[in-house]
Design a protein around this ligand. Structure first.
Ligand code: 1HE
Length: 261
């Protein structure tokens, strides 16, 4: 099943929803209407799929905030606009299903913030990341000061914002901001493969991973360990866990394999 808002193309392939940012002439720069289209596509994916992939049509993942629109905004509108990005990206980060972002070309400013709200990042060799807010006289407003800072550390994020330098996919992998670096032209394909793999997991476990882990990271060790015991026990009680555990014990389930050489 597929659908097209003009700004986000949507395709359901099996259990995987593929969300394609579709404003390539403006390098997928995110306007207010674009944020709404992303939120709608994520809501649809959450209803219809068990995992999702976000990618960019054209040569670039996303050039961030639409600066032409932003420069016109009164103060309060800018605050509300930033809060809308937060709520839209929160439905990715702490929603019902896990997402991969598949990154080609630039993931800049708000584009990096969008990529950071997904659970796994795949980037092609040649992809690059930058936070040029300092040059533009603005600040991250799409959740980056929380999500990007936690992903790569506030010192590295501060370096990127202060120097405005571009960071390659391989360096970003070393920093922990990207999990997979793939050959040029392969990011979307690999992203779909990873999403299809995640879609096979028990739904409740995926939900617990994306909702419990970031919250536990915000807790003290003591509270985190307690919360973990609660989530672990709830997971075990789901019928899906009971069935999957029985399948393993009765030798019907796949074993864990050693990694490919
Ligand atoms: C845009 C935008 C945009 C491109 N808003 N229109 N983001 C930035 O500061 C990044 C600005 N963009 C770039 O540095 C480059 O466009 C790219 C490195 C991403 C791509 O370069 P290139 O050579 O492939 O494309 P281009 O020729 O620069 O851009 C093509 C068109 O897209 C051009 O418009 P045209 O009418 O002249 O064809 C550009 O003006 C337009 N375009 N990026 C508006 N961002 C929630 S807060 C988040 C804060 C931020 O995101 S700050 C970072 C903003």
């Amino acid at each position: 099943m597929s659908g097209t808002s003009d700004l986000v193309r949507y395709e359901l392939r099996g259990d995987v929803a593929i969300l394609g940012l579709n404003r390539p002439d403006k390098r997928n720069a995110i306007s207010d209407r674009f944020v709404e289209s992303i939120a709608e596509a994520v809501a649809r994916a959450t209803r219809e799929a068990r995992a999702g992939v976000v990618h960019g049509h054209g040569k670039h993942f996303c050039a961030g905030l639409d600066l032409s629109e932003h420069s016109q905004k009164p103060l309060f509108e800018a605050v509300l606009g930033s809060r809308r990005w937060h709520s839209a990206f929160d439905t990715i980060e702490r929603g019902r299903i896990p997402f991969v972002s598949a990154i080609t070309g630039a993931a800049v400013g708000g584009g990096f913030e969008l990529a950071a709200s997904a659970h796994i990042r795949v980037a092609e060799e040649g992809a690059f990341f930058a936070l040029p807010e300092g040059q533009r006289g603005i600040f991250v407003g799409g959740g980056g000061s929380v999500r990007i800072a936690r992903l790569i550390g506030p010192a590295r994020m501060g370096d990127m914002m202060l120097t405005g330098r571009s960071v390659s996919a391989t360096e970003m992998e070393r920093w922990g901001g990207v999990s997979y670096v793939v050959e040029p032209g392969k990011a979307l394909q690999r992203g779909i493969e990873i999403a299809a793999r995640m879609a096979q997991n028990a739904e409740f476990t995926n939900y617990a991973v994306i909702n419990a882990l970031p919250r536990i990271a915000d807790m003290s060790s003591e509270d985190g360990l307690f919360a973990e015991s609660m989530v672990a026990s709830l997971a075990t009680m789901t019928p899906e866990a009971q069935e999957r555990l029985r399948d393993f014990l009765e030798k019907r389930a796949d074993k864990v394999k050693a990694p490919d050489a």
